[in-house]
Design a protein around this ligand. Structure first.
Ligand code: TXA
Ligand code: MG
Length: 349
């Protein structure tokens, strides 16, 4: 775990224009001083991220938001009171001084106050608590977000050897999937819009907003997290309903495919038998995932990264319940599966 000295050193590195990987409660971020365009530019080159994709600016609890945003509506304040610090990003009208690199040239800005104690401590020290830390997830563009310090090292190499000067270790991320993003820049025409679901449910957000939340539409600003193919492992991934799981595994076994199954806790004896048989032939391995959505989200990216190392033909994911509590997880799984459309048919043919 990063101690006070490591955090102070990270604050100095950021002030010198260096990149530092930081823990947040959602995923690890690749951080730079948001007021330093040259530092922010390094984020894009390190990630291989297209330059028109805007970045989230992380702020301390009592930072002056007027440096970043203007015309902050009362609903924004209500959401901040309810969910900050925490896994919620608000899209607001940008202030004039903000660099175009942060906003992707749009007239809006994403702000978030993370709750992770290491991120909080860093934000408090960095520029005496009045700075902004630009940080996308600390992974290469399009890949699975990191939820441990080791994942960051796996992506970018040891600190000091590549683009990242330091990695602050904050332990495994508690939430495990990226923050919910609510766009408040088009209230008059669209009302509040949910651009990316996360751990905070639609109902929780709507309760505070006092109105319905539209989900993302074609008029929405660019969000790289809403590209259809995103968060994907290298191994093809397919989602399958629980009722079809056993028969699909049997069909894939018959074709001698090497399959990794991500199943939910409560599994019948049928899958267990298939698993034993597959294990014997080293063609099938089943990982049990928690049936609680928070615990599932916490484990998801680490599991996808670990399974991706095994060079299998397929990661077969049991479709979680299609309920509100699973919305953020289902969103990530659908995107992870997008590149692999049709893969099941090919592997069973
Ligand atoms: O949980 C999180 O949000 C993590 C941690 C590190 O804070 N960050 C994260 O950043 O997921 P990133 O860059 O991987 O995803 C941020 C998303 C992107 O899809 C980006 O397009 C969107 O936020 N975004 C940022 N600023 C925006 C803006 N002004 N308008 C619309 N979308 C914006
Ligand atoms: Mg990302």
């Amino acid at each position: 775990m990063a101690d006070a000295e490591a955090i102070a050193q990270a604050a100095r590195l950021l002030e010198q224009g260096k990149l530092v990987a930081i823990p947040t409660e959602t995923v690890y971020g690749l951080a730079a001083d948001a007021d330093n365009p040259a530092a922010v530019a390094q984020i894009f080159s390190a990630k291989g991220r297209p330059s028109n994709h805007p970045l989230i600016v992380h702020v301390a609890r009592d930072a002056d938001l007027s440096h970043w945003a203007v015309d902050i509506p009362p609903v924004a304040q209500a959401l901040m009171n309810a969910f900050w610090p925490g896994p919620l990003t608000l899209i607001l009208q940008r202030a004039p001084g903000v660099t175009d690199l942060i906003t992707g040239g749009q007239d809006s800005i994403g702000l978030r106050c993370p709750s992770h104690p290491v991120a909080q401590a860093l934000l408090k020290l960095f520029r005496q608590g009045q700075g902004g830390i630009a940080a996308p997830s600390a992974n290469r563009f399009g890949r699975v977000s990191p939820t441990t310090a080791q994942h960051v090292v796996d992506e970018f190499g040891d600190p000091g050897t590549g683009p990242v000067s330091a990695v602050l270790d904050g332990g495994p991320c508690e939430v495990g999937i990226e923050s919910s993003i609510v766009d408040l820049t088009r209230l008059a025409t669209h009302g509040p819009v949910l651009l990316r679901p996360g751990q905070i449910s639609l109902q929780q957000l709507e309760q505070v907003l006092g109105c319905q939340l539209a989900t993302t539409d074609h008029a929405a600003p660019r969000v790289s997290g809403s590209l259809e193919a995103h968060y994907a492992p290298h191994t093809p991934l397919a989602l399958i309903d629980n009722q079809a799981l056993a028969s699909t595994i049997t069909a894939l076994n018959a074709k001698q495919r090497h399959v990794l199954v991500l199943a939910i806790d409560s599994q019948g004896p049928e899958i267990a038998a298939l698993d034993r048989e597959g294990l014997r032939r080293e063609s099938l391995h089943t990982t049990r995932m928690p049936s609680d959505p928070h615990a599932y989200a916490q484990a998801l990216y680490a599991q996808l990264r670990a399974l991706d190392q095994l060079g299998a033909d397929l990661i077969l994911v049991e479709q979680p319940p299609r309920t509100a509590a699973w919305q953020g997880i289902n969103d990530r799984l659908q995107r992870a599966a997008f590149d692999s459309t049709g893969v099941l048919d090919r592997l069973m043919a």
